[in-house]
Design a protein around this ligand. Structure first.
Ligand SMILES: *[C@@H]1O[C@H](CO)[C@@H](O)[C@H](O)[C@H]1NC(C)=O
Length: 472
Protein backbone atom coordinates (compact mmCIF):
# COMPACT_ATOMS: atom_id res chain seq x y z
CA UNK A 1 0.00 0.00 0.00
CA UNK A 2 1.29 3.46 -0.84
CA UNK A 3 1.96 5.82 2.03
CA UNK A 4 -0.80 8.39 1.98
CA UNK A 5 1.45 11.28 1.13
CA UNK A 6 2.61 9.48 -2.02
CA UNK A 7 -0.96 8.62 -2.83
CA UNK A 8 -2.03 12.22 -2.64
CA UNK A 9 1.03 13.32 -4.57
CA UNK A 10 0.16 10.76 -7.23
CA UNK A 11 -3.36 12.07 -7.26
CA UNK A 12 -2.22 15.67 -7.85
CA UNK A 13 0.20 14.46 -10.48
CA UNK A 14 -2.55 12.65 -12.37
CA UNK A 15 -4.73 15.73 -12.16
CA UNK A 16 -2.00 17.92 -13.63
CA UNK A 17 -1.26 15.41 -16.39
CA UNK A 18 -4.89 15.20 -17.36
CA UNK A 19 -5.15 18.98 -17.58
CA UNK A 20 -1.96 19.24 -19.59
CA UNK A 21 -3.07 16.66 -22.15
CA UNK A 22 -4.36 17.89 -25.45
CA UNK A 23 -8.07 18.52 -25.44
CA UNK A 24 -8.57 17.91 -29.11
CA UNK A 25 -12.06 16.66 -28.34
CA UNK A 26 -13.38 20.18 -27.65
CA UNK A 27 -14.60 22.02 -30.72
CA UNK A 28 -17.07 24.80 -31.41
CA UNK A 29 -19.54 25.68 -34.15
CA UNK A 30 -19.05 28.96 -35.95
CA UNK A 31 -22.42 29.81 -37.43
CA UNK A 32 -22.56 33.02 -39.43
CA UNK A 33 -26.26 33.86 -39.67
CA UNK A 34 -25.49 37.21 -38.08
CA UNK A 35 -24.66 40.78 -39.01
CA UNK A 36 -22.54 41.64 -35.98
CA UNK A 37 -19.72 39.09 -36.02
CA UNK A 38 -16.18 40.17 -35.17
CA UNK A 39 -13.56 40.16 -37.94
CA UNK A 40 -12.08 36.73 -38.74
CA UNK A 41 -8.68 37.68 -37.28
CA UNK A 42 -10.31 38.53 -33.95
CA UNK A 43 -12.16 35.22 -33.95
CA UNK A 44 -8.92 33.36 -34.67
CA UNK A 45 -7.25 35.12 -31.72
CA UNK A 46 -10.19 34.40 -29.47
CA UNK A 47 -10.09 30.69 -30.31
CA UNK A 48 -6.37 30.58 -29.60
CA UNK A 49 -6.98 32.04 -26.14
CA UNK A 50 -9.19 29.06 -25.29
CA UNK A 51 -8.75 25.31 -25.01
CA UNK A 52 -10.99 24.90 -28.09
CA UNK A 53 -9.02 22.88 -30.65
CA UNK A 54 -11.46 22.59 -33.52
CA UNK A 55 -13.97 24.80 -35.25
CA UNK A 56 -16.83 23.79 -37.49
CA UNK A 57 -17.99 26.11 -40.27
CA UNK A 58 -21.30 25.48 -41.99
CA UNK A 59 -19.86 26.68 -45.29
CA UNK A 60 -16.35 27.41 -46.47
CA UNK A 61 -15.84 31.14 -45.87
CA UNK A 62 -12.29 31.74 -47.16
CA UNK A 63 -11.75 34.70 -44.80
CA UNK A 64 -12.12 32.62 -41.66
CA UNK A 65 -10.27 29.62 -43.15
CA UNK A 66 -7.34 31.92 -43.95
CA UNK A 67 -7.46 33.60 -40.56
CA UNK A 68 -7.04 30.18 -38.94
CA UNK A 69 -3.87 29.40 -40.92
CA UNK A 70 -0.93 28.26 -38.78
CA UNK A 71 -3.00 28.15 -35.61
CA UNK A 72 -3.15 24.34 -35.45
CA UNK A 73 -6.91 24.66 -34.95
CA UNK A 74 -8.69 21.88 -36.84
CA UNK A 75 -11.30 23.13 -39.30
CA UNK A 76 -14.47 21.40 -40.48
CA UNK A 77 -15.93 22.91 -43.64
CA UNK A 78 -19.30 22.22 -45.17
CA UNK A 79 -20.80 21.81 -48.62
CA UNK A 80 -24.35 23.18 -48.61
CA UNK A 81 -27.42 21.02 -49.21
CA UNK A 82 -27.98 23.09 -52.35
CA UNK A 83 -24.66 21.85 -53.78
CA UNK A 84 -25.53 18.18 -53.35
CA UNK A 85 -27.27 17.63 -56.73
CA UNK A 86 -24.33 19.10 -58.67
CA UNK A 87 -21.74 17.31 -56.50
CA UNK A 88 -23.58 14.03 -57.04
CA UNK A 89 -24.07 14.28 -60.78
CA UNK A 90 -20.86 15.96 -61.88
CA UNK A 91 -17.41 14.77 -60.73
CA UNK A 92 -15.90 17.96 -62.15
CA UNK A 93 -18.15 20.08 -59.96
CA UNK A 94 -16.76 18.16 -56.98
CA UNK A 95 -13.18 18.69 -58.22
CA UNK A 96 -13.81 22.40 -58.60
CA UNK A 97 -15.32 22.51 -55.14
CA UNK A 98 -12.22 20.95 -53.61
CA UNK A 99 -9.89 23.05 -55.77
CA UNK A 100 -11.66 26.23 -54.65
CA UNK A 101 -12.41 25.53 -51.00
CA UNK A 102 -9.62 23.23 -49.84
CA UNK A 103 -6.51 23.16 -52.01
CA UNK A 104 -5.54 26.88 -51.72
CA UNK A 105 -5.62 26.75 -47.91
CA UNK A 106 -4.36 23.31 -46.97
CA UNK A 107 -2.21 22.43 -45.01
CA UNK A 108 -1.54 25.89 -43.49
CA UNK A 109 -5.20 25.90 -42.56
CA UNK A 110 -5.75 22.55 -40.92
CA UNK A 111 -8.90 21.36 -42.67
CA UNK A 112 -9.77 17.98 -41.15
CA UNK A 113 -13.27 17.18 -42.34
CA UNK A 114 -15.71 18.12 -45.09
CA UNK A 115 -19.36 17.68 -44.21
CA UNK A 116 -21.49 17.25 -47.31
CA UNK A 117 -24.96 18.51 -46.40
CA UNK A 118 -26.57 19.17 -43.05
CA UNK A 119 -29.41 17.03 -41.65
CA UNK A 120 -30.27 15.78 -45.14
CA UNK A 121 -31.65 12.42 -44.01
CA UNK A 122 -34.41 14.14 -42.05
CA UNK A 123 -35.02 16.90 -44.61
CA UNK A 124 -37.99 15.13 -46.24
CA UNK A 125 -36.38 15.84 -49.60
CA UNK A 126 -36.10 12.37 -51.11
CA UNK A 127 -34.20 13.72 -54.08
CA UNK A 128 -31.45 15.05 -51.79
CA UNK A 129 -31.43 11.87 -49.73
CA UNK A 130 -30.77 9.68 -52.76
CA UNK A 131 -28.01 11.99 -53.99
CA UNK A 132 -26.23 12.25 -50.66
CA UNK A 133 -23.95 9.22 -50.96
CA UNK A 134 -23.01 9.88 -54.62
CA UNK A 135 -22.14 13.50 -53.66
CA UNK A 136 -20.00 12.31 -50.75
CA UNK A 137 -18.20 9.82 -52.96
CA UNK A 138 -17.44 12.45 -55.61
CA UNK A 139 -15.97 14.76 -52.97
CA UNK A 140 -13.85 11.86 -51.71
CA UNK A 141 -12.67 11.13 -55.26
CA UNK A 142 -11.83 14.80 -55.76
CA UNK A 143 -9.77 14.78 -52.56
CA UNK A 144 -8.04 11.59 -53.71
CA UNK A 145 -7.07 13.21 -57.02
CA UNK A 146 -5.68 16.21 -55.13
CA UNK A 147 -3.65 13.74 -53.01
CA UNK A 148 -5.63 14.76 -49.94
CA UNK A 149 -7.54 11.51 -49.49
CA UNK A 150 -7.13 10.21 -45.95
CA UNK A 151 -5.72 13.54 -44.74
CA UNK A 152 -9.13 15.14 -44.90
CA UNK A 153 -12.20 13.03 -44.17
CA UNK A 154 -15.65 13.34 -45.72
CA UNK A 155 -18.96 12.83 -43.97
CA UNK A 156 -22.38 14.42 -43.44
CA UNK A 157 -24.24 15.65 -40.34
CA UNK A 158 -27.41 14.10 -38.92
CA UNK A 159 -30.09 15.28 -36.55
CA UNK A 160 -31.14 12.94 -33.74
CA UNK A 161 -34.39 12.46 -35.68
CA UNK A 162 -32.63 9.78 -37.75
CA UNK A 163 -33.28 7.58 -34.71
CA UNK A 164 -36.71 6.03 -34.52
CA UNK A 165 -36.00 5.08 -30.95
CA UNK A 166 -33.31 5.96 -28.45
CA UNK A 167 -34.65 5.03 -25.02
CA UNK A 168 -33.44 3.02 -23.32
CA UNK A 169 -30.08 3.60 -25.04
CA UNK A 170 -29.55 -0.08 -25.86
CA UNK A 171 -32.69 -0.01 -28.01
CA UNK A 172 -31.39 2.81 -30.24
CA UNK A 173 -32.31 2.14 -33.88
CA UNK A 174 -32.52 4.16 -37.08
CA UNK A 175 -35.81 4.66 -38.87
CA UNK A 176 -36.30 1.50 -40.90
CA UNK A 177 -37.12 3.56 -43.99
CA UNK A 178 -33.60 5.02 -43.88
CA UNK A 179 -31.81 1.73 -43.53
CA UNK A 180 -30.64 1.30 -47.10
CA UNK A 181 -29.17 4.81 -47.45
CA UNK A 182 -27.85 4.65 -43.89
CA UNK A 183 -26.03 1.39 -44.64
CA UNK A 184 -24.43 2.91 -47.73
CA UNK A 185 -23.38 5.97 -45.76
CA UNK A 186 -22.00 3.90 -42.91
CA UNK A 187 -20.25 1.65 -45.37
CA UNK A 188 -18.51 4.77 -46.66
CA UNK A 189 -17.69 5.98 -43.12
CA UNK A 190 -16.35 2.53 -42.26
CA UNK A 191 -14.25 2.19 -45.39
CA UNK A 192 -12.68 5.66 -45.19
CA UNK A 193 -12.42 6.04 -41.39
CA UNK A 194 -14.65 9.10 -41.43
CA UNK A 195 -16.93 9.79 -38.47
CA UNK A 196 -20.69 9.53 -38.11
CA UNK A 197 -21.56 13.12 -37.16
CA UNK A 198 -24.76 13.85 -35.25
CA UNK A 199 -26.41 16.63 -33.22
CA UNK A 200 -27.60 15.43 -29.79
CA UNK A 201 -29.38 18.14 -27.80
CA UNK A 202 -30.36 17.23 -24.24
CA UNK A 203 -31.90 20.72 -24.30
CA UNK A 204 -34.60 19.59 -26.72
CA UNK A 205 -35.18 16.46 -24.68
CA UNK A 206 -35.89 18.73 -21.73
CA UNK A 207 -38.17 21.11 -23.65
CA UNK A 208 -40.37 18.11 -24.52
CA UNK A 209 -40.36 16.76 -20.94
CA UNK A 210 -39.85 19.64 -18.54
CA UNK A 211 -39.83 17.86 -15.19
CA UNK A 212 -37.18 18.91 -12.65
CA UNK A 213 -35.82 15.35 -12.64
CA UNK A 214 -35.32 15.55 -16.42
CA UNK A 215 -33.59 18.91 -16.07
CA UNK A 216 -31.08 17.50 -13.57
CA UNK A 217 -30.50 14.50 -15.88
CA UNK A 218 -29.91 16.85 -18.83
CA UNK A 219 -27.63 19.24 -16.91
CA UNK A 220 -25.30 16.55 -15.47
CA UNK A 221 -26.59 17.34 -11.99
CA UNK A 222 -27.36 14.83 -9.24
CA UNK A 223 -30.43 12.77 -10.15
CA UNK A 224 -31.64 9.25 -9.71
CA UNK A 225 -30.54 8.27 -13.21
CA UNK A 226 -32.30 6.15 -15.82
CA UNK A 227 -31.90 2.43 -15.82
CA UNK A 228 -31.44 0.45 -19.02
CA UNK A 229 -32.82 -3.00 -18.23
CA UNK A 230 -31.17 -4.62 -21.27
CA UNK A 231 -27.65 -3.72 -20.19
CA UNK A 232 -28.16 -3.11 -16.45
CA UNK A 233 -26.54 0.29 -16.92
CA UNK A 234 -27.87 3.22 -14.96
CA UNK A 235 -27.42 6.37 -17.06
CA UNK A 236 -26.67 9.46 -15.03
CA UNK A 237 -26.97 12.08 -17.78
CA UNK A 238 -28.84 12.62 -21.04
CA UNK A 239 -25.72 13.30 -23.13
CA UNK A 240 -24.35 9.80 -22.45
CA UNK A 241 -27.79 8.28 -22.94
CA UNK A 242 -28.23 9.97 -26.32
CA UNK A 243 -24.75 9.01 -27.50
CA UNK A 244 -25.22 5.41 -26.45
CA UNK A 245 -28.57 5.39 -28.26
CA UNK A 246 -26.65 6.37 -31.40
CA UNK A 247 -23.96 3.79 -30.64
CA UNK A 248 -26.60 1.07 -30.34
CA UNK A 249 -28.16 2.06 -33.66
CA UNK A 250 -24.75 1.90 -35.37
CA UNK A 251 -23.95 -1.42 -33.71
CA UNK A 252 -27.29 -2.87 -34.75
CA UNK A 253 -26.24 -2.34 -38.39
CA UNK A 254 -22.89 -3.95 -37.43
CA UNK A 255 -20.84 -0.76 -37.76
CA UNK A 256 -19.15 -1.10 -34.39
CA UNK A 257 -15.96 0.65 -35.55
CA UNK A 258 -17.50 3.78 -37.02
CA UNK A 259 -16.65 6.62 -34.68
CA UNK A 260 -19.27 9.12 -33.50
CA UNK A 261 -18.65 12.86 -33.57
CA UNK A 262 -20.97 15.32 -31.84
CA UNK A 263 -21.31 17.97 -34.53
CA UNK A 264 -23.53 20.19 -32.38
CA UNK A 265 -24.74 20.35 -28.83
CA UNK A 266 -25.61 23.31 -26.65
CA UNK A 267 -28.09 25.14 -24.47
CA UNK A 268 -29.54 28.64 -24.96
CA UNK A 269 -28.95 31.18 -22.19
CA UNK A 270 -32.17 33.08 -22.80
CA UNK A 271 -35.45 32.71 -24.62
CA UNK A 272 -38.96 34.09 -24.98
CA UNK A 273 -41.02 34.26 -21.81
CA UNK A 274 -43.04 31.21 -22.91
CA UNK A 275 -39.98 29.02 -23.47
CA UNK A 276 -39.07 26.45 -20.83
CA UNK A 277 -35.40 25.68 -20.38
CA UNK A 278 -33.35 28.64 -21.61
CA UNK A 279 -31.54 30.47 -18.81
CA UNK A 280 -28.07 31.65 -18.01
CA UNK A 281 -27.88 29.22 -15.11
CA UNK A 282 -28.96 26.21 -17.20
CA UNK A 283 -26.72 27.09 -20.13
CA UNK A 284 -23.74 27.51 -17.84
CA UNK A 285 -24.49 24.25 -16.04
CA UNK A 286 -24.95 22.28 -19.26
CA UNK A 287 -21.89 23.56 -21.08
CA UNK A 288 -19.69 23.72 -17.98
CA UNK A 289 -20.58 20.21 -16.85
CA UNK A 290 -20.34 18.86 -20.39
CA UNK A 291 -16.83 20.26 -20.77
CA UNK A 292 -15.83 18.81 -17.39
CA UNK A 293 -17.36 15.46 -18.41
CA UNK A 294 -15.38 15.48 -21.66
CA UNK A 295 -12.19 16.42 -19.84
CA UNK A 296 -12.66 13.56 -17.41
CA UNK A 297 -12.37 11.18 -20.39
CA UNK A 298 -14.72 8.82 -18.62
CA UNK A 299 -16.59 8.43 -21.88
CA UNK A 300 -20.04 6.86 -22.03
CA UNK A 301 -21.00 3.45 -20.63
CA UNK A 302 -20.86 1.91 -24.12
CA UNK A 303 -17.80 3.92 -25.18
CA UNK A 304 -15.71 4.13 -22.02
CA UNK A 305 -12.29 5.66 -21.54
CA UNK A 306 -12.33 8.37 -24.20
CA UNK A 307 -14.27 11.46 -25.06
CA UNK A 308 -16.04 11.83 -28.39
CA UNK A 309 -15.07 14.90 -30.37
CA UNK A 310 -17.72 17.44 -29.44
CA UNK A 311 -18.45 20.71 -31.21
CA UNK A 312 -20.23 23.06 -28.84
CA UNK A 313 -23.05 25.12 -30.27
CA UNK A 314 -22.08 27.84 -30.63
CA UNK A 315 -19.23 30.32 -30.67
CA UNK A 316 -21.45 33.42 -31.07
CA UNK A 317 -25.13 34.24 -31.06
CA UNK A 318 -26.62 34.37 -34.54
CA UNK A 319 -28.85 37.43 -34.41
CA UNK A 320 -30.45 36.88 -37.81
CA UNK A 321 -31.79 33.40 -37.11
CA UNK A 322 -35.57 33.06 -37.31
CA UNK A 323 -37.71 31.33 -34.70
CA UNK A 324 -38.02 31.73 -30.92
CA UNK A 325 -35.57 33.98 -29.05
CA UNK A 326 -33.62 30.93 -27.83
CA UNK A 327 -32.44 30.29 -31.41
CA UNK A 328 -30.48 33.54 -31.20
CA UNK A 329 -29.01 32.86 -27.75
CA UNK A 330 -26.67 29.87 -27.95
CA UNK A 331 -23.46 31.94 -28.11
CA UNK A 332 -20.62 31.29 -25.68
CA UNK A 333 -19.04 34.61 -26.64
CA UNK A 334 -20.36 38.04 -27.47
CA UNK A 335 -19.44 40.01 -30.58
CA UNK A 336 -17.09 42.09 -28.41
CA UNK A 337 -15.28 38.79 -27.62
CA UNK A 338 -16.25 38.77 -23.95
CA UNK A 339 -17.70 35.57 -22.52
CA UNK A 340 -21.47 35.29 -22.33
CA UNK A 341 -20.85 33.18 -19.23
CA UNK A 342 -17.77 31.36 -18.01
CA UNK A 343 -17.52 27.63 -18.67
CA UNK A 344 -13.79 27.37 -18.04
CA UNK A 345 -12.61 27.39 -21.66
CA UNK A 346 -10.11 30.19 -21.22
CA UNK A 347 -6.46 29.16 -21.26
CA UNK A 348 -5.28 32.06 -19.11
CA UNK A 349 -7.39 30.97 -16.13
CA UNK A 350 -5.98 27.45 -16.39
CA UNK A 351 -9.43 26.31 -17.46
CA UNK A 352 -11.06 27.15 -14.18
CA UNK A 353 -13.22 30.26 -13.91
CA UNK A 354 -12.87 32.28 -10.71
CA UNK A 355 -14.33 30.51 -7.73
CA UNK A 356 -16.95 32.63 -5.97
CA UNK A 357 -15.45 33.94 -2.76
CA UNK A 358 -15.77 31.15 -0.26
CA UNK A 359 -17.53 32.21 2.88
CA UNK A 360 -14.59 31.77 5.19
CA UNK A 361 -14.85 32.75 8.82
CA UNK A 362 -12.98 35.98 9.51
CA UNK A 363 -10.85 34.30 12.15
CA UNK A 364 -9.63 31.44 10.03
CA UNK A 365 -6.91 30.06 12.34
CA UNK A 366 -4.40 29.19 9.61
CA UNK A 367 -5.07 30.96 6.36
CA UNK A 368 -2.75 29.67 3.66
CA UNK A 369 -3.13 32.70 1.44
CA UNK A 370 -2.45 36.28 2.49
CA UNK A 371 -5.70 38.15 3.15
CA UNK A 372 -4.79 40.93 0.77
CA UNK A 373 -3.51 38.81 -2.07
CA UNK A 374 -3.84 41.26 -4.96
CA UNK A 375 -4.28 38.62 -7.68
CA UNK A 376 -5.58 35.43 -6.17
CA UNK A 377 -5.19 32.32 -8.27
CA UNK A 378 -8.26 30.46 -7.09
CA UNK A 379 -7.24 27.14 -8.62
CA UNK A 380 -4.12 27.08 -6.46
CA UNK A 381 -5.78 27.89 -3.20
CA UNK A 382 -6.65 24.92 -1.03
CA UNK A 383 -10.43 24.69 -0.99
CA UNK A 384 -12.81 21.81 -0.51
CA UNK A 385 -16.39 21.12 -1.48
CA UNK A 386 -18.42 20.21 1.61
CA UNK A 387 -22.10 19.47 2.28
CA UNK A 388 -24.10 22.38 3.67
CA UNK A 389 -25.41 22.03 7.20
CA UNK A 390 -28.83 20.44 7.59
CA UNK A 391 -28.87 18.45 4.34
CA UNK A 392 -30.85 15.21 4.72
CA UNK A 393 -29.24 11.77 4.57
CA UNK A 394 -31.49 10.95 1.62
CA UNK A 395 -30.08 13.87 -0.35
CA UNK A 396 -26.54 12.99 0.68
CA UNK A 397 -27.14 9.40 -0.41
CA UNK A 398 -28.34 10.68 -3.80
CA UNK A 399 -25.16 12.75 -4.11
CA UNK A 400 -23.06 9.75 -3.12
CA UNK A 401 -24.78 7.49 -5.68
CA UNK A 402 -24.38 10.15 -8.30
CA UNK A 403 -20.64 10.66 -7.76
CA UNK A 404 -19.72 7.00 -7.43
CA UNK A 405 -21.88 6.08 -10.43
CA UNK A 406 -20.10 8.74 -12.44
CA UNK A 407 -16.73 7.12 -12.97
CA UNK A 408 -15.10 8.74 -9.93
CA UNK A 409 -12.85 6.46 -7.86
CA UNK A 410 -14.76 5.85 -4.62
CA UNK A 411 -12.46 3.13 -3.28
CA UNK A 412 -11.31 5.26 -0.33
CA UNK A 413 -14.80 5.09 1.19
CA UNK A 414 -15.25 1.40 0.57
CA UNK A 415 -14.45 -1.18 3.29
CA UNK A 416 -10.70 -1.14 3.91
CA UNK A 417 -10.34 2.33 2.38
CA UNK A 418 -8.67 5.14 4.35
CA UNK A 419 -11.95 7.07 4.57
CA UNK A 420 -14.37 4.18 5.20
CA UNK A 421 -14.63 5.04 8.92
CA UNK A 422 -16.83 6.59 10.15
CA UNK A 423 -19.15 4.39 8.11
CA UNK A 424 -21.95 6.93 7.71
CA UNK A 425 -23.74 8.35 4.70
CA UNK A 426 -22.76 11.87 5.76
CA UNK A 427 -19.07 11.07 5.92
CA UNK A 428 -18.98 9.05 2.70
CA UNK A 429 -20.99 11.65 0.79
CA UNK A 430 -18.73 14.46 2.01
CA UNK A 431 -15.67 12.61 0.75
CA UNK A 432 -17.25 11.72 -2.59
CA UNK A 433 -18.67 15.18 -3.27
CA UNK A 434 -15.30 16.80 -2.69
CA UNK A 435 -13.59 14.23 -4.91
CA UNK A 436 -15.97 14.98 -7.77
CA UNK A 437 -15.45 18.71 -7.33
CA UNK A 438 -11.66 18.34 -7.39
CA UNK A 439 -11.57 16.01 -10.40
CA UNK A 440 -14.25 17.74 -12.48
CA UNK A 441 -12.31 20.98 -12.67
CA UNK A 442 -12.99 22.82 -9.39
CA UNK A 443 -15.55 25.06 -11.02
CA UNK A 444 -18.20 26.59 -8.76
CA UNK A 445 -20.87 24.51 -10.49
CA UNK A 446 -18.98 21.32 -9.67
CA UNK A 447 -19.81 22.06 -6.03
CA UNK A 448 -23.51 22.64 -6.33
CA UNK A 449 -25.27 19.27 -5.92
CA UNK A 450 -28.67 20.92 -6.21
CA UNK A 451 -27.59 23.57 -3.73
CA UNK A 452 -26.64 21.08 -1.02
CA UNK A 453 -22.90 21.84 -1.09
CA UNK A 454 -20.59 24.77 -0.59
CA UNK A 455 -16.92 25.61 -0.99
CA UNK A 456 -14.88 25.78 2.20
CA UNK A 457 -11.31 26.61 3.06
CA UNK A 458 -11.40 24.41 6.17
CA UNK A 459 -9.62 21.14 5.54
CA UNK A 460 -12.04 18.29 6.34
CA UNK A 461 -9.27 15.64 6.35
CA UNK A 462 -8.95 13.55 9.49
CA UNK A 463 -6.63 10.82 10.79
CA UNK A 464 -5.46 8.93 7.71
CA UNK A 465 -8.26 10.18 5.48
CA UNK A 466 -6.98 12.92 3.20
CA UNK A 467 -9.50 14.98 1.27
CA UNK A 468 -7.80 16.13 -1.93
CA UNK A 469 -7.65 19.91 -2.20
CA UNK A 470 -6.24 20.37 -5.69
CA UNK A 471 -3.86 23.05 -4.36
CA UNK A 472 -0.28 23.08 -5.53
C1 LIG B 1 -15.84 -2.22 -41.86
O1 LIG B 1 -14.53 -2.21 -42.41
C2 LIG B 1 -13.78 -3.35 -42.06
C3 LIG B 1 -12.34 -3.12 -42.53
O2 LIG B 1 -12.30 -2.62 -43.82
C4 LIG B 1 -14.41 -4.59 -42.68
O3 LIG B 1 -13.67 -5.73 -42.37
C5 LIG B 1 -15.83 -4.71 -42.13
O4 LIG B 1 -16.50 -5.80 -42.77
C6 LIG B 1 -16.62 -3.44 -42.37
N1 LIG B 1 -17.89 -3.53 -41.66
C7 LIG B 1 -19.07 -3.52 -42.27
C8 LIG B 1 -20.27 -3.73 -41.42
O5 LIG B 1 -19.19 -3.33 -43.45
Amino acid sequence: MLPLTSASFLFSFLLVVSLANSQSFIGVNYGQVADNLPPPSATAKLLQSTSIQKVRLYGSDPAIIKALANTDIGIVIGAANGDIPALASDPNFAKNWVNTNVVPFYPASKIILITVGNEVMTSNDQNLVTQLVPAIKNVQNALDSASLGGKIKVSTVHSMAVLRQSEPPSSGRFHPGMDSVMKELLGFNNATGSPFAINPYPYFAYTSDSRPETLAFCLFQPNSGRFDPNTNIRYMNMFDAQLDGVRSALNSLRFKDVEIVVAETGWPYKGDSNEVGPSLENAKAYNGNLIAHLRSKVGTPLMPGKSVDTYLFALYDEDLKPGPASERAFGLFKPDLSMTYDVGLSKSTNQAPPVASPKTPVNNPSPKTPVNNPAPKPQKKAVWCVPKAGVSDAQLQANLDYVCGHGVDCSAIQPGGACFEPNTVASHAAYAMNLLYQTAGRNPWNCDFVQTATISSNNPSYNGCIYPSGST
